[in-house]
Design a protein. Structure first.
Length: 309
């Protein structure tokens, strides 16, 4: 790929679609954020508008497009299914966009795309491995092992939100008690707090700081859940680095200080856990970084490189 050849990465979310225009060196040249439509036709229209808008007069120089989107994604076919928040049961997104733009389009689950974006944003060496934990409405992880996405045998790698950490804990939507997602995601905390406030996580932390006993318990589960996610990824895959991203990551030290205290408690009890150096192996993604869109752009480039090769 020559320096003037460009690619676009698109992150389709439940409320917004973000696109970046990236050069061959991975530098973001332009970015754009627009509302996401609801339903298959509107989602396609949002993606087309995002690509067209971010490319502006450079559309003819674009060689590939990558898209990150929630739901179950067959990356080989570009097929999206069960993206409930977008009103999609089944959508051949890759083929539709490729036909419209006349170029390769790679589609991937949004958390996987974000994991790849974090890997490149943090300038990890190609031999490195990271686990990206997305703390947002839900909780899931993406794995990049030696520079390549790892999806697992059936695409379920990284679905750690369904790992049980407290069998006596609150009930999650998957029918299990005390899964990581119910204790350490925005939607899980909102259901536990159940006051209807717009930002339940901040409300819980504020109430806990003020001494509210129920909020203190929810906060304890939140910090413990995030720490458990770090521990699970290190103990199962032994990644070099665990990167925390998503909406809850914007809490910054207010979240991570509590997580680090949990890890320190484990280390005080167990020489083995202390030897893992968990505290040193976890970091927050830089605030407001378009990691999913950036990762989608890298996916498009990787597809193009394999095709050219």
């Amino acid at each position: 790929m020559t320096p003037h050849e460009l690619r676009v990465g698109v992150d389709i979310g439940g409320t917004k679609t973000e696109a970046v225009l990236v050069d061959a060196a991975g530098t973001v040249l332009q970015s754009l954020r627009i509302p996401t439509g609801y339903g298959p036709e509107e989602v396609v229209a949002s993606a087309i508008a995002a690509v067209t808008g971010v490319a502006a007069g450079s559309l003819g120089e674009i060689r590939a497009i990558g898209v990150g989107i929630p739901g179950t994604v067959d990356s080989a076919q570009g097929l999206v299914s069960h993206a409930i928040n977008l009103g999609i049961e089944r959508l051949e997104l890759g083929a539709t966009l490729a036909s419209h733009f006349g170029m390769p389009v790679r589609v991937e689950n949004d958390v996987n795309a974000a994991a790849l974006g974090a890997f490149h944003l943090l300038q990890q060496p190609v031999t490195a491995s990271i686990g990206y934990v997305n703390l947002g409405t839900g909780l899931a992880a993406g794995l990049v092992l030696r520079g390549e996405l790892w999806r697992g045998a059936r695409g379920a790698a990284g679905e750690i939100g369904h790992v049980l950490v407290d069998p006596a804990g609150p009930l999650d939507l998957d029918g299990q008690h005390g899964g990581l997602e119910v204790v350490a995601s925005g939607s899980g905390i909102a259901r536990q707090w159940a006051t209807g406030e717009e930002n339940s996580v901040t409300a819980v932390l504020d109430a806990a700081d003020a001494g509210d006993a129920r909020a203190i318990e929810i906060r304890r589960r939140l910090f413990g859940g995030v720490a458990a996610a770090v521990r699970i990824l290190v103990l199962t895959v032994d990644v070099d680095l665990v990167v925390i991203g998503g909406g809850l990551a914007k809490l910054g030290p207010r979240l991570m200080d509590g997580v680090q205290l949990v890890i320190e408690g484990w280390e005080a009890q167990s020489p083995f856990i202390r030897s893992l150096e968990l505290a040193r192996r976890v970091t927050l993604i830089p605030s407001d970084s378009p990691v999913a869109a950036l990762g989608a752009a890298h996916l498009g480039a990787a597809h193009l490189d394999r095709h050219d090769g």
